[in-house]
Design a protein around this ligand. Sequence first.
Ligand code: SAM
Length: 210
Amino acid sequence: MNASPSYKYLSIQGKRYIVTKGPPVYGELTKDGWRQWDSSRSKLGSILSQNIEVGLCPNVKVLYLGAANGTTVSHVADIASIVYAVEFSPQPMRDLLNVSRSRTNIIPLLKDARRPETYSHIVESNLDLLIQDVATRGQVKTAIDNKKFLSSTGKLFLVIKARSETATAPPDAVFKQSLEQLSKEYNILLTQKLTSDHKDHLAILAEPLP
Ligand SMILES: C[S@@+](CC[C@H](N)C(=O)[O-])C[C@H]1O[C@@H](n2cnc3c(N)ncnc32)[C@H](O)[C@@H]1O
């Protein structure tokens, strides 16, 4: 059974956008049930709109760290079969709870992504995709500590925000050190700096090493 629609390109009001099918969430443009994935508000949307595949296909099971108010999570949930959405701040969690009312495949978790042991009794293992966008120190360690939820063929999509690691070192130095640390536990498949909408961010696609 493969009933979920994926993302695709659609022209809305004369412009071409990536879209997913589902109820609107954040004032995005819509057409025939499809909704614009605004890449200026979503790092994952920005990467997908550059034709980069991250393994987000119909019916995948996803753990999303740094869910915030659910902007990107809502699009992921339009495609995936289940999205475990971890966010540690109560304020965006309120919005995320609203988003999850219209998308029953979102499991919102008010948890700290640096402490996966606090949600390992809820989140299943053998997931297809781990998406991480946490603006916090220790981003690579967080990705490594959450690796246990991924299946051996799963993928990690990680966004490193240089300024969350240090306000002083140049972003390129932060990225280099992060990649060195990450490659002890993951095989790096691709790196891509984000566009000016998301300054000083590096997107990384990787697969878990055994
Ligand atoms: C840049 S925002 C994420 C935006 C979101 N991914 C999107 O595209 O809609 C980063 C989020 O990570 C959350 N965060 C930071 N550190 C965290 C942690 N250790 N555990 C869980 N959430 C965290 C913040 O509260 C914030 O909402």
